[in-house]
Design a protein around this ligand. Structure first.
Ligand code: KIV
Length: 298
């Protein structure tokens, strides 16, 4: 890594000021230290350890099987590698639904074990009390309304929300309730662009959109989607900035070919034996740690 990292951490106050100054907020997901380091040194404002890891890391069809242990594990890996961005960790399904006490305790775990600077949870009016309680425990909360992936079965899959007047009113009321409850920021996912713009103008906290048009105060994408890791996944709301999936396939193909034909490893990748020494010197240094496991004398 040659990139120089900026050292001041982005705070929720910095991010709220960005809304006031009409500067767009950038947010991307990361699930491990390598990606987190790359995103952080590229200057992204917020890194989200999303429960989307259930799909893109664990290979599931939705996010419902992700646990607090999983989020704490991935949060710790990401936060260890980040020195600039604000780190938000998702609260997974059922970690804040059964009781407010549960929610506060689990949010605390994501801060203490996962290194979260704030936590994100899904839902509107029905989560107001939970959001307030977590904020009262001095943990900043990012809300998430509209298409909420943890409502997969209730919403009938991943479907755009707020299309009718009545549905739009509900999304707007949910966003307002989340702000009233004390959230510092809110994700608007999978709603019409015009509705997202109206909500963004109405709220005083920053809105971060995904599949919600460009009227939001910031944008978020799953980093694997932006990089084109899965060549078959091309939803309307994603713009691909690279074709990393194709690149990986080509690189791995080259590796396989070169191993099979014997051109890898080359001489430049191989270690040499120590030069032969006169017998008397060799005997004097016997047992001095110059054994077969030592690769330092390449
Ligand atoms: O889990 C996630 O990655 C998310 C974003 C898509 C907003 O919640």
């Amino acid at each position: 890594m040659t990139d120089k990292k900026p050292h001041k951490s982005v705070t929720i106050l910095d991010l709220q000021k960005m809304k006031l100054e009409a500067r767009k907020i950038t947010m991307l997901t990361a699930y491990d230290a390598t990606f987190a380091r790359l995103l952080d040194s590229s200057g992204v404002d917020v890194i989200l350890v999303g429960d989307s890891l259930g799909m893109v890391v664990q290979g599931k069809q939705n996010t419902l099987s992700v646990t607090v242990d999983h989020m704490a594990y991935h949060g710790a890996a990401v936060s260890a590698a980040v020195s600039h961005a604000h780190v938000t960790v998702d609260m997974p399904f059922m970690s804040y639904h059964a009781s407010v006490e549960d929610a506060v305790r689990n949010a605390g775990r994501l801060v203490q074990e996962g290194g979260a600077h704030s936590v994100k949870l899904e839902g509107g009016k029905e989560r107001a009390e939970t959001i307030s309680a977590i904020v009262n425990a001095q943990i900043p909360v990012m809300g998430h309304v509209g298409l909420t992936p943890q409502s997969f079965h209730v919403q009938g899959g991943f479907r755009v929300q707020g299309r009718s007047d009545e549905a739009a009113r509900r999304v707007r009321e949910d966003a307002l309730a989340v702000q009233e409850a004390g959230a510092w920021c809110i994700v608007l996912e999978g709603i019409p662009a015009a509705l997202a713009r109206e909500i963004s103008e109405e709220l005083t906290i920053p809105t971060i959109g995904i599949g919600a048009g460009n009227g939001c105060d910031g944008q978020v994408l799953v980093v694997y989607d932006l990089l084109g890791m899965d060549e078959d996944f091309q939803p309307k709301f994603v713009r691909r900035y690279a074709e990393v999936g194709r690149l990986v396939r080509r690189a791995v193909g080259n590796y396989i070919e070169e191993v099979r034909c014997g051109s890898f490893p080359g001489e430049e990748n191989s270690f040499k034996r120590a030069p032969a020494r006169p017998k008397r010197v060799a005997a004097a240094s016997a047992g001095a740690g110059y054994g077969p496991g030592d690769t330092s004398a390449a």
